[in-house]
Design a protein around this ligand. Sequence first.
Ligand SMILES: [Zn+2]
Length: 68
Amino acid sequence: MIGHLMFWFLMDKIGAAARKEDELRQHPGYGKVRCPSCRGWVLPKELERKGCYLCGWKEGAEPGTARA
Ligand SMILES: [Zn+2]
């Protein structure tokens, strides 16, 4: 009986962890970094290579002067 309860207790814990993971994946910022200029979520690889696709910020440029 105790074993049975433990099983469902653990299953519940695992299910909660999986739901948490799903929430993280659905988050707009999952796997992304925030652009230091416009605070938008961008892929770190893209930010590094092409700069922010939202505001045009590029690493090394001063925030807010990318389009100058
Ligand atoms: Zn930006």
